[in-house]
Design a protein around this ligand. Sequence first.
Ligand code: SAM
Length: 261
Amino acid sequence: MKHKARKRFGQNFLTDEAIIGRIIDSIAPGPGQLIIEIGPGQGALTRPLVESGAEIHAIEIDRDLAAQLPARLGHPSNLALHEADALETDLPAISGGRNYRLTGNLPYNISTPILFHILGQTQLPLDIHVMLQREVVKRIVATPGGRDYGRLSVMVQNLCEATPLFDIPPQSFDPPPRVDSTLLRLTPRDRPLVEAPPHLLDQVVRAAFAMRRKTLRNSLARLIDEDSIRAAGIDAGLRAEQLSIAEFDALARQMARHSVS
Ligand code: SAM
């Protein structure tokens, strides 16, 4: 069953058995668990996941790969294949409301939208192990003050504890991607770090980083006036990358006060 990798689906298949073993050890799958895998491809991770005895739900957009995968793995009874776009999939509906874990060697071209989609679910996974571009992982774990710090850092850290586990070189894949990868563990928090209504936090963070070179007074002008920024205890002369998550929270809560008054 030879498959030619499709670029438009971000297909870089893991072929390095040692790396696959380390990834599976990090996930530690086992009987009684329900694991959703995004993008099983040719089953490099799906096979050991299935062999662990966990109930595996794999979501694959490529019709050919989806059709071939059960046969490739010998039609295991604990594998359910969903031929679908992960970006449009309701994950708790797949798990039937049960606790679920999530994993995937994500297609690089849409890894950030997939992460936001996962973190926007009504029921979050117990944990998430994903392979991402190393640069994306750097942005996720970045702290204020640097170029890597942005919307992705604030929104992911607000919801999850993020732990980079190890790097994976391009040679571990076929075809090799042009970038290094990192296995990242995200553990959703019991509740978000901050209290602001999520849609307001998203609005203010998005606006601030859309014009990250400008001061808040300018980048947020359409959302919140300078007096209100000051009333939130924030210097309107700062730029987005200088603000902690708690400070974005203060701005979003100030906006909430305004929208009800
Ligand atoms: N898990 C396999 C591995 O590690 O060898 C394949 C990883 S490959 C980087 C990404 C996989 O995600 C491919 O199988 C691709 O077809 C699939 N994919 C791409 N976009 C997708 C989407 N929107 N929804 C579900 N699967 C997708």
